[in-house]
Design a protein around this ligand. Sequence first.
Ligand code: NAP
Length: 252
Amino acid sequence: MPDKRVALITGANQGVGLQVAKELVAHGLTVLVGSRNFEKGEAAAREIGTGAHAIQLDVTDQASITAAAERIRSEFGRLDVLVNNAAISNTGRRPGETIEEYAKSTRPSNVSLDEVRAVWETNVFGVLAVYQAMLPLLRESTTANIVIVSSGVGSLATNADPTYYYRNMYGPVYPASKAALNAITLAMMIELESTPIKIRLVSPGFTSTNLNNFAGTESVEDGSREVVRVALLGPDDPTGTFTRWENVTIPW
Ligand SMILES: NC(=O)c1ccc[n+]([C@@H]2O[C@H](COP(=O)([O-])OP(=O)(O)OC[C@H]3O[C@@H](n4cnc5c(N)ncnc54)[C@H](OP(=O)(O)O)[C@@H]3O)[C@@H](O)[C@H]2O)c1
C-alpha cells in the first residue's frame, strides 16, 4: 500500500481538473490524471511532473471505467480522494453562439432530446458509474473523500426564486443536469452516512475554461480554489456540504 494519499480526478487533462491535479500534487498526493484521451492525460501529467500519472478514463464508457478501477487496485490497492469533475455543457454550440443564444434554443419546448441525453450521460450517469466502480477502492482507505464538482447553476432553490437574475438561463441541458447530479449525490450521501467516507458537493467559480468558451470571469487558479479546499478536507471535517469559495453554502 502506498504511503502517500492517492487521488483520482476525472477530466483532469484541462481546466479545473488540471488545476486541482497540480495543487493536490503540490500538497503531496499521488494524483491519477483522468483523461478520456490518454495522450492528453499523459501530456497533462508530464506538465504537472512527479506525482502525477495519466489514466485513461471516459466516464461514459463502462469498459474504460472498469479498466481504470482495476488498474488502481493493482497499482495502489486503494483510493483516498475521488474528484468527479468531468462534464460537458453541450455537444454542439454553433461557433460564435453566445451562452444566452444557446439557452434560447434549448428551452424545454424546443430542446433536442438527444442533446439532453448526451449531456446527462456525462454529467449525471457518468458520475454515478464512476462512483460505483471506485467505491470498493475508497472503502480500503481510512480517509476517503469524494468530491462531486457540481455548479451553482444547478441550484433548484436559487432558480425557483423569481427575483434571481439568471433564472432565464435555467434549462434542461446543463443546468438541469447539475440539479440531477445534486439529487443523485444526495442519495450517495444518505448511503454513505453510516460509513467513514466523506462526500461533498462543490461549485467552482465562473471560470475561464473550454466549458464556457473561456467566457468565465475567474482565472482557473481562483475558480478552482474551492474544489482544491474541499478535496483536501480530512475525515473530521463536515460531510454532505454544497459550497463555493470560500466555504459559502449553496442552497440545493
Ligand atoms: N468553468 C466554469 O465556470 C464552471 C462553473 C461551475 C461548474 N463547473 C464544473 O467544473 C467541472 C470542470 O469543468 P471545466 O470548466 O474545467 O471544463 P473543461 O475545461 O471543459 O474540462 C472538462 C473536462 O471534462 C472532460 N470530459 C468531458 N467528457 C468526458 C468524458 N466522457 N469522460 C471523461 N472526461 C470527460 C474533458 O475532457 P476533453 O478535454 O477530452 O474534452 C475535460 O478534461 C465540470 O464539472 C463543470 O461542470 C465549471
